[in-house]
Design a binder for this molecule. Structure first.
Ligand code: ZN
Ligand code: ZN
Length: 391
């Protein structure tokens, strides 16, 4: 394939020098949609690079706020940003670095709060994470909707960069050892405390290792966007103490739990999480799969909570994973409340008239409809502008 080299005016075109790179396609870069998960040390450096290159559409996801200790490794943050949402401050800084770039901030926990369809509608995901749990979630999402992701990890002067691509080589979960599972398992021994614990796992990092690893991550994403060759399932290991850089290939685990792709995914282009009720989605599913069809959620939905001491019962309709420990305290008498859980909707529920958003299904969510062994995954594609409408 011959690619056209376009040489522009250096006075008026900020991308002028890229025009000399034989394979660089500024239009392709401009049209790209990239999701950056995590706006910490790695995320800052990745975002800076994406902005400089003119990556056209960037979605930044993070749940955290800025504290002063972030300032030593975060080029996009200032002292005056203390207490502000990382995703929002990073988005504003990216826009300032390069006004050509469309950027959107998303505040929340990707483990439970981001619609799976969001991952489906981007070209590549860059994981700038600091814990195994979020990497495992991202990896499973990546497999579910068949999208490559670029992982970066840093600790002191060490770094690892890995491209994971469903069906092409080992995935992140294939690389996990028994010890990794044990660490994740320990944190999940009390699932309700897991989230709080994850937030505490701080790894010592430097701005130099963040720059190095983030630079490689951005380059791999750039190659994926251009359709160039990458090496999924291989790790680029960077030892900043000895200056050794080498690659190593992981074996694929046959019994890996992550290797599951949702099929078929049906786009409901005029349906969104805020204007479709649970009952309506069930009806749509039954039209296609038959009257016995049920809707199934990945995790448990807390329908209601009841206090055995004073008898107070209240509707909840939230994913169990999103509840904090304090939600179990009865607001009336301080007793410990019990949960009524479900993960299956069969049409007998009292809350069928609730909008999907009201039963904790996020924008661009994907919901499984099942009749016996036959399944369809419905995507709330009507949310695409809300979830990915770039400014
Ligand atoms: Zn795997
Ligand atoms: Zn009570």
């Amino acid at each position: 394939m011959t690619e056209t080299i376009v040489i522009t005016d250096p006075d008026t075109d900020r991308y002028h020098t890229f025009g000399y790179i034989s394979w660089w396609q500024q239009e392709t870069v401009k049209d790209a949609v990239v999701l950056v998960v995590g706006a910490g040390a790695l995320g800052n450096e990745v975002l800076k690079n994406l902005a400089l290159m003119g990556i056209g559409n960037i979605l930044i996801a993070d749940f955290d706020t800025i504290e002063d200790s972030n300032l030593s490794r975060s080029v996009l943050f200032r002292e005056s940003d203390r207490g502000k949402a990382k995703a929002e401050v990073a988005a504003a800084a990216v826009k300032e670095l390069n006004p050509d770039v469309n950027v959107k901030a998303w505040n929340g926990d990707i483990n439970f709060e981001m619609g799976l369809g969001v991952f489906r509608h981007v070209d590549v995901v860059i994981g700038c994470l600091d814990n195994r749990e979020a990497r495992l979630s991202l990896n499973r999402f990546s497999w579910a909707i068949n999208k490559p992701w670029v992982d970066g990890a840093i600790q002191e002067l060490m770094g690892i960069v890995r491209v994971f691509w469903p069906g092409r080589g080992a995935c992140y979960e294939c690389t996990l050892t028994d010890e990794d599972y044990q660490i994740i398992g320990l944190r999940y021994s009390c699932p309700l405390l897991a989230r709080e614990n994850i937030l505490q796992g701080k790894v010592p990092t430097t701005p130099t290792s963040a720059s190095i690893v983030a630079a490689f991550q951005t380059q791999e994403a750039l190659k994926i966007i251009h359709g160039m060759e990458v090496q999924p399932g291989k790790a680029l290991m960077i030892n900043g103490l000895t200056n050794d850089i080498y690659t190593t290939k992981y074996p694929v685990k046959d019994a890996c739990m992550s290797h599951a792709t949702l099929e078929p995914i049906v786009e409901l282009t005029d349906r969104s999480s805020v204007d479709t009720t649970l009952g309506e989605l069930l009806a749509i599913s039954r039209e296609r799969l038959g009257p016995e069809t049920v809707l199934e959620f990945d995790g448990e939905l807390v329908v209601s909570m009841r206090c055995p001491d004073c008898g107070l019962e209240s509707q909840v309709l939230r994913k169990m994973a999103r509840l904090s420990e304090s939600a179990f305290t009865c607001p009336n008498c301080g007793g410990r409340r019990e949960m009524l859980l479900t993960h299956r909707i069969d049409g007998s529920e009292e809350f069928l008239s609730c909008m999907l958003a009201e039963v904790d299904i996020p924008a661009l969510g994907i919901v499984r409809a099942r009749n016996g062994s036959e399944s369809i995954y419905y995507e709330l594609t009507g949310d695409v502008n809300k979830a990915l409408g770039f400014e």
